[in-house]
Design a protein around this ligand. Structure first.
Ligand code: DI6
Ligand code: FE
Length: 400
């Protein structure tokens, strides 16, 4: 039985009013991968039978980061659309002209699982290098059953070849492919629901998502996918209120969704429904930045309603080519007005909650020993700097 004491560190408080400086902390992690003891370094109980010690040199420790909303697996890139948008084309115009999500679908359909893994790996590695332990990855660039399933196979494979927990999400209701033009209801039935049954039978699906938007699917169509998912016992999330208000967040909350994501156009009804249901608000500043949106999500109203706020990269080739959790935190503060402490909670405890994972995101006894050790004085530095990575070490399940 291994039991490692990680000593001489400072633990970032989730509440920013507490300073991390004064106390020298230690954490003890057993071979069951969970935190068995945490407290003042001087007070480690002598009867804990510690088998090894690691001196963290007074560095700052946070829970390892969690990116709870990504589209990391896909073929190709969309740099040409970046150029088009710089010349004035809008995201919606590009999508309606057959670019956007569909251009990535065309690139993804031709790829094998191995190719999808190889293309996603550098993106995943960029996240891990910044202290990430857990990444959610969605399908949604196949839009046929075979490719949607291949995307989730690739996501599962990534979790086998790197030390990271991958949460997979079925997002076939992401866009309507041209072969179903004018037949969105048939697509929902034939691909989004039938494919979900098949993927679930292969244990490839952890959560189910949809894109509720005028350029994608309406509330009733998404609700049908959600009802099928609920019958399979799968948790729900939703891309909602990103470009307009279509009442998606309210519908998702009523169906008990773990999270509603984007939310720039969320209204009071949606907020109230989310507060009632305990649905997490996942804010995605990378998409807001990339699309140069001007309407920010209603952060103050979410705070007042006590809706938990998570943040995520939304890593995808079009609206958010962002694979840096630290820059995500920076953008959440600068663009949406989160405090650095809210940004950190948004990438740890509240991100875990958005994924329905109760075993991570906090440095408490019983939680997983997933730590990020940083060469910084104060946790606010994590969100303050841009393009600089102060990670010293990632410790996953107690293993450095
Ligand atoms: N909203 C997003 O931000 C991503 N999907 C979605 O529904 C963007 C997908 C893309 O542009 O490729
Ligand atoms: Fe997204």
């Amino acid at each position: 039985m291994n039991r490692i004491a990680y000593r001489n560190c400072r633990i970032a408080p989730i509440d920013a009013s507490q300073q991390p400086r004064d106390t020298v902390h230690a954490l003890v992690i057993g071979s069951g991968a969970s935190i068995e003891w945490v407290g003042n370094d001087r007070d480690i109980p002598s009867d804990l039978a510690i088998t090894g010690q690691v001196d963290l040199g007074g560095r700052l420790v946070t829970p390892a980061l969690i990116d709870c909303h990504t589209h990391l697996v896909h073929g190709g890139n969309r740099a040409s659309e970046f150029e088009m948008r710089l010349q004035g084309a809008s995201y919606e115009q590009i999508a309606r002209a057959g670019g956007g999500i569909m251009s990535t679908v065309n690139a993804t359909r031709g790829r094998s699982v191995e190719q999808l893994v190889a293309e996603a790996l550098p993106r995943l590695d960029a996240m891990l290098a910044e202290g990430v332990s857990t990444v959610e990855i969605k399908s949604g660039y196949g839009l046929n059953i075979e490719t949607e399933i291949n995307m989730l196979r690739a996501a599962r494979r990534l979790g086998e070849i790197r030390q990271v927990r991958i949460v997979t999400t079925w997002l076939a209701a992401h866009a309507l492919p041209p072969e179903y033009a004018g037949r969105a209801d048939a697509y929902i039935q034939d691909v989004a629901i039938t494919g979900l049954r098949q993927a679930h039978a292969q244990r490839l699906v952890d959560t189910v998502d949809g894109f509720c938007e005028s350029i994608a699917f309406d509330r009733d169509q998404i609700a049908r996918v959600f009802d099928a998912a609920r019958a399979m016992g799968l948790p729900l999330r939703l891309h909602a209120e990103q470009l307009s208000n279509s009442g998606g967040a309210e519908m998702a909350a009523r169906k008990g969704a773990l999270s509603a994501d984007h939310l720039e156009y969320l209204d009071d009804r949606g907020i109230a429904a989310m507060a009632r249901a305990g649905t997490v608000a996942v804010l995605l500043p990378g998409a807001y930045y990339t699309l140069r949106e001007t309407q920010a999500p209603p952060v103050d109203a979410l705070r007042r309603a006590k809706v938990p706020i998570a943040i995520a990269s939304d890593a995808n080739p079009g609206s958010s080519p962002l694979t840096s959790p630290l820059l995500t935190m920076n953008m959440a503060c600068t663009l949406f007005g989160l405090t650095p402490a809210e940004a950190l909670a948004g990438m740890t405890v509240n991100a875990a909650r958005a994924l329905g994972l109760g075993d991570r995101g906090l440095l408490q006894v019983g939680m997983r020993g997933d730590l990020a050790v940083w060469d910084v004085e104060h946790p606010a530095e994590l969100a303050c700097r841009m393009g600089f990575n102060p990670l010293w070490k990632r410790i996953i399940g107690g293993q450095a």
